[in-house]
Design a protein around this ligand. Structure first.
Ligand SMILES: Nc1ncnc2c1ncn2[C@@H]1O[C@H](COP(=O)(O)OP(=O)(O)OP(=O)(O)O)[C@@H](O)[C@H]1O
Ligand SMILES: [Mg+2]
Length: 468
């Protein structure tokens, strides 16, 4: 890892409750109960480091989202991440342990979110030289689908599934993270969902073709791409732009039949697909000669061009490839629907700041009064629907969440079942767990990209379906 990607200094802030340190050139100002350990990752929106929480004596991951409320796009992205992740409670979804209150409540600009710490992510594993057995592929795929079944049951689409958003532990436990682009399917604003689109390589045809109605099948497509990447150790559809992306897809899975174009709402988009050279489907088994034929069958079913023909998450869990792991009695659904309206017109960056201050108040009873009054001051002129709402009292208290439970025997990777040894000994993730240098080098904060805005611009200029 580059020199700048280390914890450079740690110093007092003049407030005994807080300390500050530098991660990848970004100053972290955190409660002093969190001692920084090392930088572990960065995304377009956040810099992440590991830390030890002296209250729980557990290691955690702290993600700094700088200027989290600079504009409405960023503020809503931040709000989705917090509200959705805190609503979801599942072994295959990462958990938020704390939201660190700002040192000066009224100067709340940067947000520090504390998560349970994982060792690495699937992007790092796929890029590593470590061998991945069929058992590993099965176990990773099974856990993504198990988490996704729960997420979809809460009427939530993740919409940004990609290897770097799948966190993995040395024992191969996997958790889905990064809900910044997720959406509630119960939102009344379905028509605006196409404004936001997932990372291109994992984007389903219906999103590429700007079809206004799409659903859980978009996440299945992304999982199919990730699964193919696990089998082939490289991205299946590394498109350079929309047109290239669609070309790669049709060249690989074959041109869709006339019937399979029925879901495309725009004549223009349909004409575009018809105009592409006719292609026969590639033989996936030839592409990955060592792959289990059952894996090849499942990946084909996940990568159906027509979302109506694509396998569903529940069907995929029941596919014979996952037969040794599948146990319907241990694949829970979400008991409570997600009801927070993330698309309300009343949301402004300041309203979002206030809502998150109130969430912090619910986690920090000792600071609750100050946080509540800062929230009220910030939200002063906001719509009564938000300014008068108080946060529900402690739903998740810092450090009090149960550590992730080991998966029951039935859902453990077969190698663990067979020899009964600790997963860490043979795990493909171990090397990453021990070598943070394998994480992506950190970018300077000014290089932060607004992925949604970039993709919106791209969507309106380049997609053949933009007239949909
Ligand atoms: N809880 C965690 N434990 C370990 N590593 C983590 C954790 N959370 C995030 N990371 C690492 O940090 C990276 C960035 O995190 P995340 O995806 O949440 O940020 P982001 O800025 O929203 O990303 P993106 O670029 O996908 O929009 C992840 O890909 C992962 O490598
Ligand atoms: Mg991410």
């Amino acid at each position: 890892m580059a020199d700048e990607a280390k914890i450079d200094y740690e110093e007092s802030t003049g407030n005994s409750l807080y300390n500050s340190f530098l991660v990848c050139g970004s100053v972290f100002e955190c409660l002093s109960r969190y001692s920084p350990l090392k930088p572990i990752g960065k995304g377009a929106y956040g810099v992440v480091c590991s830390a030890r929480d002296s209250e729980s004596n557990q290691k955690v991951a702290i993600k700094k989202i700088a200027n989290a409320f600079e504009n409405l796009v960023d503020a809503k992205r931040t709000l989705r991440e917090i509200k959705l992740v805190r609503h979801l409670n599942h072994e295959n979804v990462v958990q938020i342990r704390d939201l660190i209150p700002p040192m000066v409540h009224s100067h709340f600009k940067d947000l520090y979110v504390v998560y349970e710490l994982m060792d690495t992510d699937l992007h790092q594993i796929i890029r590593s030289p470590q061998p991945l057995s069929d058992d590993h592929c099965q176990y990773f795929l099974y856990q993504v689908l198990r988490g996704l079944k729960y997420i979809h049951s809460a009427a939530i689409l993740h919409r940004d599934l990609k290897p770097s958003n799948l966190l993995v532990n040395a024992n191969c436990d996997l958790k889905i993270c990064d809900f910044g682009l997720a959406r509630s399917t119960s939102s009344s604003r379905v028509e605006f969902m196409t404004e936001y689109v997932v990372t291109r390589w994992y984007r389903a045809p219906e999103l590429l073709l700007s079809c206004s109605e799409y659903g859980t099948a978009i996440d299945v497509w992304s999982v199919g791409c990730i699964f193919a990447e696990l089998l082939g150790r490289k991205p299946l559809f590394p498109g350079k732009d929309y047109v290239h992306q669609l070309n790669l897809i049709t060249r690989t899975i074959g041109s869709p039949s006339e019937e399979e174009l029925g879901f495309i709402s725009s004549d223009k988009a349909r004409r575009y697909i018809r105009s592409l050279p006719r292609c026969e489907p590639t033989d996936f088994q030839k592409l990955w000669p060592n792959a289990n034929p059952k894996a090849v069958d499942l990946v084909k079913k996940m990568l159906m061009f027509d979302p109506n023909k694509r396998i569903t998450v529940e069907e995929a869990l029941g596919h014979e490839y996952l037969a040794t792991l599948h146990d319907i009695s241990d694949e829970p659904v979400c008991p409570d629907p997600f009801t927070f309206d993330l698309e309300s017109d009343d949301l402004t960056p300041d309203v979002v700041r206030g809502i998150i201050l109130r969430d912090m108040a619910s986690l920090h009873p000792a600071q609750a009064e100050g946080l509540e009054s800062a929230a009220s001051a910030i939200m002063g002129g906001a719509s009564p629907s938000y300014s008068q709402q108080r946060a529900p009292q402690v739903t998740v208290s810092a450090g009090s969440q149960p550590a992730s439970q080991p998966l029951p025997q039935a859902s453990r990777p077969p190698s663990h079942q067979q020899n009964g040894t600790s997963g860490a000994a043979q795990s493909p993730t171990q090397q990453h767990a021990e070598h943070p240098s394998s994480t992506t080098p950190c970018l300077q904060s000014q290089h932060r990209q607004h992925e949604e805005q970039k993709q919106d611009a791209e969507a309106s200029s380049a997609t053949p379906g933009s007239a949909c």
